[in-house]
Write a protein that binds this ligand. Structure first.
Ligand SMILES: [Zn+2]
Length: 348
């Protein structure tokens, strides 16, 4: 489903897919209109408004819990909608509601925060990264409960939608440890991914991480005579190229010692599926549909058995609030939250 489209992404693609109704797209456009740019301290209030907007939307979508989780930086949103069966599997959807900074002069179709629907596409900053994806799950959940003709979904659905993804998820690790009780899940779906084409539904199975570093190479302090000494005095730009080239081998494997020590090799079955990602996506969707249609009993996501006495065996899908809400230190002190340092673009 092509729920949204950042205006700088102008790839042509097959159209004609059934889009959500006008009302739903208007909802998404409303959210895209909030300039939740996490790298701009002047937009911190917009990021907060974006979080409140999502909480309201989750509440209207029958989420039993929907709340803003403050951090020492910008807020995340948590939501939980329980299955009727307290033993049903738990799905946690991770995504983000902050967006990249913009250069308005590059937005030719529409200003970045004045969303525009044109045919099957909605243009605006954040429409495809990742507010559209967040809404897609909500629309799917609504369609699922309507098809089941039941007030509750077949699986418990939780949301964690952070507000600092585009600046390096500065406080995500803190959130995960502070709210571990709320975030327990059998499956985590990273919502912040994409479709290769509108004709191929996709469930993204693997994404790469990213590492940022600063490398400084110092050379001569001033221009030196090319004929006299440039052979002996190497050029800093060339040295930098040499160092960067050493980081990978000819098959693009990272050559840093120890880099792969903590990396788990994919299972053989997983490697096979990588040959045809579309087929893997279709299989995944078939499994998901079967689960949603038939419920968890004997389904592919049957809840793993846990040892007696294991604390994690407590039902986690009641959406109960097990501990008092813990909020960021600065929030407790009633001070305005500072903004996290701006860092370069992070992918997905
Ligand atoms: Zn993203």
């Amino acid at each position: 489903m092509n729920a949204g489209h950042d205006a700088e992404h102008t790839a042509d693609a097959a159209h004609g897919q059934a889009l959500p109704g006008r009302e739903e797209v208007a909802d998404l456009a409303d959210w895209v209109g909030i300039a939740s740019v996490s790298s701009d301290p002047d937009r911190a209030d917009d990021v907060r408004e974006s979080a409140r907007w999502l909480v309201g939307t989750l509440r209207r979508a029958a989420f039993l819990r929907a709340e803003v989780w403050e951090t020492d930086g910008l807020p995340a949103v948590y939501g939980c909608r329980p299955a009727a069966d307290s033993d049903a599997p738990v799905l946690l959807v991770y995504s983000h509601h902050d967006v990249h900074a913009v250069d308005p002069s590059e937005w030719r179709i529409t200003p970045p925060f004045s969303p525009l629907r044109d045919g099957d596409r909605l243009y605006g900053r954040g429409a495809s990264d990742a507010k559209g994806q967040v809404m897609c799950h909500l629309w799917a959940l609504g369609a699922h409960t309507a098809e089941r003709d039941a007030p509750a979904p077949a699986v418990t659905v939780k949301y964690l939608v952070e507000g600092e993804e585009e600046v390096g998820s500065v406080h995500l690790a803190d959130l995960l440890s502070q709210h571990a009780d709320d975030l327990g899940a059998d499956v985590v779906m990273v919502s912040d991914s994409m479709l290769w084409s509108l004709d191929e539904p996709a469930v993204c199975g693997v994404v790469r991480g990213s590492v940022t570093a600063t490398l400084t190479v110092r050379g001569a302090r001033r221009d030196i005579h090319s004929g006299a000494v440039s052979g002996a005095a190497s050029n800093a730009a060339f040295e930098l190229c040499r160092v960067l080239d050493l980081l990978t081998d000819e098959s693009q494997r990272i050559t840093l010692p120890g880099f792969y020590d903590a990396v788990t090799e994919p299972a053989p079955a997983h490697r096979q599926r990588r040959g045809d990602p579309c087929r893997a996506a279709r299989q995944g969707l078939r499994r998901a549909r079967a689960l949603l249609r038939n419920g968890p009993a004997g389904g592919p996501l049957a809840r793993p058995r846990r040892a007696r006495g294991d604390a994690r065996a407590q039902p986690r899908n009641t959406c109960a609030d097990p501990v008092p809400r813990r909020t960021g230190r600065r929030a407790r002190q009633g001070r305005a939250a500072p903004h996290p340092p701006a860092v370069s673009e992070t992918s997905a």
